[in-house]
Design a protein around this ligand. Structure first.
Ligand SMILES: NC(=O)c1ccc[n+]([C@@H]2O[C@H](COP(=O)([O-])OP(=O)(O)OC[C@H]3O[C@@H](n4cnc5c(N)ncnc54)[C@H](OP(=O)(O)O)[C@@H]3O)[C@@H](O)[C@H]2O)c1
Length: 255
């Protein structure tokens, strides 16, 4: 069985990945993972492929074990893995609770690594992994400190995995979008911190980001910057030192 496994599938990018992968003919099944079961079932009802809703909190060790057991029972060929589960919190470092910091680290870093490790034995030549990172990972970010650090971690992890799996013919891509306006991420990230980031100029749309990311993963790019803004950001962060880039990011968010 040829499988696509998508985390974060109950909304935003993850849901859009399921919809676009539903158009790929060489897949047999899609596993859609997130906590909100009813959202996953609704999505399954809209798809042509068999979509298996897996209502799992990926920060819980027993759920990772469940996923591993399921994979070892069914022994699919994982053709596409998308790790899109993630969350952010906007605010000064001292304003964000330990609980929220832990949640960002657990979902954005640990869950992505755990799910990827669980799938690795079932990937083969031509399989694709897309880890959803962020332009926030290109440099430290004021008012997004822990979030940006989690995305820098995931980007580094993904680049090394890309290199290690080159010889096996497995594509691994760190997808680094800029702000996206039509997912739940922004309202959730700023729900209790209305003063910091007010505007999200040039924010992209989930559909465009996913289309671009899937193309870049086919091309086996190790970093996908899905849109001109992300590309400019990436180039700027490469050449401008962090001691200039950090105050610049702080200034830009006030515009
Ligand atoms: N939107 C942006 O501006 C933006 C920009 C750059 C990068 N990104 C990254 O893109 C990815 C997708 O974000 P999005 O914009 O699509 O946001 P979103 O609409 O809020 O989607 C986040 C997804 O993660 C799932 N999730 C959160 N905690 C989970 C947990 N403990 N276990 C399992 N699933 C969990 C959520 O499902 P449940 O709540 O149902 O569990 C939801 O499906 C994230 O990694 C984010 O960091 C977003």
């Amino acid at each position: 069985m040829k499988l696509a496994l998508v985390t974060g599938a109950s909304s935003g990018l993850g849901r859009e990945f399921v919809r676009q992968l539903d158009g790929e003919k060489d897949l047999d099944e899609i596993w859609a993972v997130a906590r909100r079961k009813e959202r996953l079932e609704e999505l399954a009802g809209q798809c042509v492929h068999t979509v298996r809703p897996l209502a799992l909190d990926l920060t819980q060790g027993e759920n990772i074990r469940f996923l591993k057991d399921l994979l070892s029972r069914e022994r699919p060929q994982v053709s596409v893995l998308v790790c899109a589960a993630g969350l952010g919190r906007i605010g000064k470092t001292w304003e964000i609770s330990d609980r929220d910091n832990d949640a960002m680290i657990d979902v954005n870093c640990k869950a992505a690594v755990d799910v990827t490790s669980a799938c690795l034995p079932y990937l083969g030549r031509g399989s694709r992994i897309l880890e959803i990172c962020s332009t926030a990972g290109f440099q430290p970010m004021p008012e997004l400190n822990v979030y940006a650090a989690t995305k820098a971690f995931l980007q580094s992890y993904t680049k090394t995995l890309h290199y290690e799996l080159l010889g096996k013919g497995i594509h691994v891509t760190a997808v680094c979008p800029y702000w996206i306006k039509d997912t739940e991420f922004i309202p959730r990230a700023k729900e209790w911190e209305p003063r910091g980031f007010r505007h999200f100029p040039l924010a992209s749309r989930a559909r465009t980001v996913v289309r671009w990311a899937l193309l870049d993963s086919r091309l086996n790019l190790w970093v996908s910057t899905p849109g001109p803004v992300c590309m400019v950001h990436r180039v700027a962060a490469k050449f401008i030192p962090h001691f200039v880039m950090v105050p610049l990011m702080d200034l830009l968010r006030r515009l």
